[in-house]
Design a binder for this molecule. Structure first.
Ligand SMILES: Nc1ncnc2c1ncn2[C@@H]1O[C@H](COP(=O)(O)OP(=O)(O)OP(=O)(O)O)[C@@H](O)[C@H]1O
Ligand SMILES: [Mg+2]
Length: 528
């Protein structure tokens, strides 16, 4: 067909909304700056909290956790979505540093905007940022300090730094002890490296009069004995874990009658009774005194178990049952006939807590799974405590696994800004300008920490710069006094992994955003 210049050429479907060139970049810069500014006020121990209310629901979340805030915001802008992804990845990989990562993207994009305004081409900026990132990661390595899994005081300090500033200060010391103990318990050495499976630490919460954190070297099940004949307490637990039911399924054995006496029992047919009794006897004969079953346990079986001093729980969540098996060194089985010494788990003791409606299975020998029980008076406090514990648990894990940490209080960022500026001078040309912009972006961290603590931002950034220029590489801002102090001595310490991930992902995402010169959104795929 011949080309007709009067006929418009249709390339995109008419439902594609296009934002071309500079406009796309400006729109992404704006999005990153807005998100950075949104979470900025929460950075650091003196950061503020945000109150979030999900539309159409009564759920209130009060938090200063960056990942949580962004998650609740349901961001629509495509560039902003990338920023939210950075926070989510940061959370997945490190469990901390989400606010830092997002604030850094906002700052990197703000510096990029300034560079564009002075006529530096986006591709030069991208190049400078890439060089800057590689150098920054190198400098970070040189600032990191080694630590062993046995260095408990340091691990406590790392947990404490992650928890400072969350609104649960009064039980922080208690919680930190519990966290370090929990993570150290489940850490295993594999091929000369420490490994921790984060699923081996279960965090459970309960509403109670006061706030407490407690480590149970074992498991908690949100159920109590169904039959008052069963013991309340057992020393020397031998446990069986069942995935099949303890009942006769074909017949009417799912009786509604509560069996309370031997007389009532005789109403059951002999054969049925023998079978049901046989189920309970199998456990007694194997010396089992605790049965956790993910399905139902028929009333007569409960009765026979109770009569033999066996504590049994039915309809235990499969996850809890597997977890209990792991913690006690047992294994799940399908039916009583599968019982053997190998599948029986052991624990020091079992206790039933009627008030909490929970069964504690604790004092497991060499447990491979543990539980942290958090109690708090109001739901939002328990929730924030849980988030803080999750963060602290993860940072202790990061540090044990990697064997290295860095110093906080903006000391790393100030040192990076200084050394990156020196590096920029060795590069020269227009790329030098881009690396200088990249270096400057790091100063958002000291600036924000100062701002959130009510100190003059310009003064503090200058004081910090000076301290670092004279060789105090650990100098940071004491957010409570406003003084520039040695943060290593002050014990403000963080995993290297948190910084590394924040630097890398904020830089890489900024580079991606800078290189975009066209945004096409097909309608229905999310609005701009
Ligand atoms: N006692 C302290 N004095 C000075 N700075 C501190 C202190 N404790 C922590 N910081 C600094 O606060 C920053 C961390 O703040 P915050 O925990 O609010 O954000 P984040 O870790 O980036 O994100 P989030 O915890 O929400 O995932 C780090 O730069 C850290 O060095
Ligand atoms: Mg944090």
């Amino acid at each position: 067909m011949a080309y007709n210049p009067n006929q418009p050429v249709v390339i995109f479907k008419d439902n594609v909304e296009r934002t071309p060139g500079q406009e796309a970049l400006r729109s992404n810069i704006m999005a990153a700056k807005v998100l950075g500014a949104t979470v900025r006020t929460t950075l650091g121990p003196r950061g503020m909290d945000k109150m979030l209310v999900a539309k159409g629901s009564d759920d209130i979340v009060i938090t200063n956790d960056g990942a949580t805030i962004l998650h609740e915001l349901a961001v629509e802008h495509p560039g902003a979505k990338l920023v939210v992804e950075v926070a989510e990845t940061q959370d997945d990989e490190c469990g901390d540093g989400t606010t830092t990562a997002v604030v850094m993207i906002g700052s990197l994009m703000e510096q990029a905007e300034k560079l564009i305004d002075t006529g530096v081409h986006p591709s030069i900026i991208a190049k400078g940022y890439n060089l800057g990132m590689n150098k920054a990661l190198e400098i970070l390595d040189s600032l990191a300090i080694d630590v062993t899994p046995q260095d408990k005081p340091m691990l406590l300090q790392i947990a404490k730094t992650a928890m400072t500033g969350k609104s649960i200060e009064n039980i922080m010391d208690q919680a930190c002890e519990v966290i370090v103990d929990a993570v150290s318990t489940v850490a295993v050495e594999k091929d000369g490296k420490m490994e921790i499976n984060e699923d081996d630490i279960l965090v459970k919460t309960k509403r109670a009069d006061s706030m407490t954190a407690e480590l149970v070297k074992g498991v908690l099940i949100d159920k109590v004995r169904p039959d008052s004949l069963m013991p309340k307490k057992i020393d020397g637990v031998r446990a069986a874990f069942l995935s099949g039911p303890l009942e006769i399924t074909k017949t009417q054995a799912k009786s509604k009658i509560k069996i309370q006496s031997a007389d009532m029992l005789s109403a059951f047919s002999e054969a049925e009774r023998a079978r049901l009794k046989g189920m309970a006897d199998a456990f007694a004969e194997a010396g089992v005194n605790l049965v956790l079953c993910t399905k139902g346990i028929a009333d007569p079986v409960q009765y026979y178990l109770a009569a033999q001093g066996i504590y049994a729980l039915e309809f235990v969540a499969e996850k809890d049952c597997k977890y209990a098996a792991k913690a006690t060194g047992g294994q799940m089985i399908n039916k009583p006939e599968d019982l053997s010494e190998d599948v029986i788990g052991t624990a020091g003791k079992l206790e039933m807590d009627e008030e909490l409606e929970m069964t504690f299975i604790s004092e497991c020998k060499d447990p491979k799974a543990v539980t942290i029980l958090l109690r708090g008076s109001a739901q939002h406090l328990v929730d924030e405590l849980e988030r803080a514990v999750e963060d602290a648990k993860r940072v202790v894990q990061d540090v044990i696994e990697d064997g290295s940490y860095t110093i906080g209080g903006a000391s790393v960022e100030t040192e990076l800004a200084l050394r990156l500026r020196e590096y920029a001078q060795t590069v020269g040309g227009r790329v030098q300008l881009a690396i200088e912009g990249y270096a400057k972006a790091f100063e958002i961290i000291p600036k924000t920490l100062a701002e959130n603590s009510g100190f003059d931002t310009v003064d503090k950034v200058i004081d910090l710069r000076q301290a670092h220029a004279t060789g105090n590489k650990y100098a940071g801002l004491d957010v409570f006094t406003g003084k520039v102090v040695d943060m290593k001595e002050a014990g403000v310490v963080e995993p290297k992994r948190v910084k590394r991930q924040a630097i890398q992902s904020s830089s890489e995402t900024s580079i991606i955003l800078i290189r975009i010169d066209d945004m096409m959104v097909s309608k229905g795929a999310g609005q701009m």
